[in-house]
Design a protein around this ligand. Structure first.
Ligand SMILES: [Mn+2]
Length: 328
């Protein structure tokens, strides 16, 4: 392996974690499979070393992810003051965790390119598929304990961010680590079932409602749906509790589609989630609207009525990626 500045950071994180007797881990707001799986994997490995390790998130765990080992132990709320160290799991900025720990040693592990170096140690590698991949490497290289549960959580993290090893961020390394995690006890069919096949019936009705708003850009290269508050109310669902990757995958499944978008109605306007098949860098698009993310997955907020919001995003996409206007 090539020596880099990051090897030093990884080593510093490993020795800091070994030295601490209690570690709190926190995920970004609206946590996803990658940060939840990575946080759980790290927590369980540290507990096997005899340390006190817990996860404190400000937002609840999405329903389907509660099936991951020990996910029901994730605490919702602020981090108590008595931990020796706090690990921020892909939070980009300290605020994106909703936590504000004072006077404690902090570690930030991230693969967002818009990440800020706000912690005492910041290990940021934007080319990585997932933080799951990074946490696994850290545990493996520095001899931290691994078992079936740790492996399951980390495999689920990599699986989530690579869309089940289908997205453009799927690399030889992510597949190699996935293989090692399976050797360590992760069951691919079990994890697929948790991530892809644990919907409630209401979520399929929600999918039906979202698809009723389906629109394509004139070129057919951009597909979008709306997730309105009224849909959630009618189905007695909470926004933080619904999984929206399935609808993204349906939009992506259209051959000519390069960019898939969901406009989720929020307090003020919409939260726009973006996915790219690889040709468009949607991270750049999100940054243009004050948001952030990766080449293939990103998001931002837009305070405009539905039609205007869609128009505005179309306009920006045409300006940034002129090829989108061409048919075929
Ligand atoms: Mn991630």
């Amino acid at each position: 392996m090539k020596f880099s500045e990051n090897s030093g950071k990884k080593r510093d994180i490993a020795s800091k974690l070994r030295e601490c007797s209690s570690v709190a881990i926190t995920c970004h707001l609206r946590p996803d499979g990658d940060c939840i799986g990575s946080a759980l994997g790290l927590m369980l490995s540290l507990r096997k070393l005899g340390k006190k390790a817990d996860i404190y998130n400000m937002d609840p765990t999405p329903c389907f992810l509660k099936k991951l080992p020990h996910a029901h132990e994730i605490k919702i709320g602020g981090i108590p003051e008595d931990y020796d160290c706090v690990v921020f799991m892909e939070t980009s900025a300290a605020e994106r965790s909703g936590q504000d720990p004072d006077g404690v040693f902090t570690i930030h592990i991230d693969h967002h390119r818009t990440s800020e170096e706000f912690a005492h140690i910041n290990w940021i590698e934007p080319h990585r598929s997932s933080v799951g991949e990074m946490v696994f490497e850290l545990l493996m290289e520095y001899g931290f304990p691994m078992d079936k549960d740790v492996a399951t959580c980390l495999y689920a993290a990599i699986f989530s961010d690579t869309g089940g090893f289908r997205f453009s961020n799927t690399s030889a390394l992510s597949l190699k680590y996935a293989s090692l995690l399976v050797q360590a006890g992760a069951n691919p069919a079990h994890v697929s079932r948790i991530i892809l096949e644990s919907h409630r019936k209401e979520e399929i009705f929600l999918l039906q409602k979202m698809l009723s708003t389906l629109r394509f850009h004139t070129s057919g290269k951009i597909a979008s749906v709306f997730l309105l508050k009224e849909f959630l109310e009618e189905l007695h669902l909470e926004i933080h509790d619904v999984e929206t990757e399935t609808v993204m995958n349906i939009l992506r499944s259209v051959e000519e589609v390069e960019i898939a978008m969901i406009f989720k109605e929020i307090e003020k306007g919409f939260r726009v989630s973006l996915r790219s098949k690889g040709k468009a860098d949607v991270g750049l698009l999100a940054e243009a609207f004050g948001g952030g993310g990766h080449h293939q997955a990103a998001g931002f907020n837009l305070d405009l009525p539905a039609d205007e919001a869609l128009e505005k995003v179309y306009e920006k996409i045409e300006e940034m990626f002129p090829w989108v206007k061409k048919q075929g």
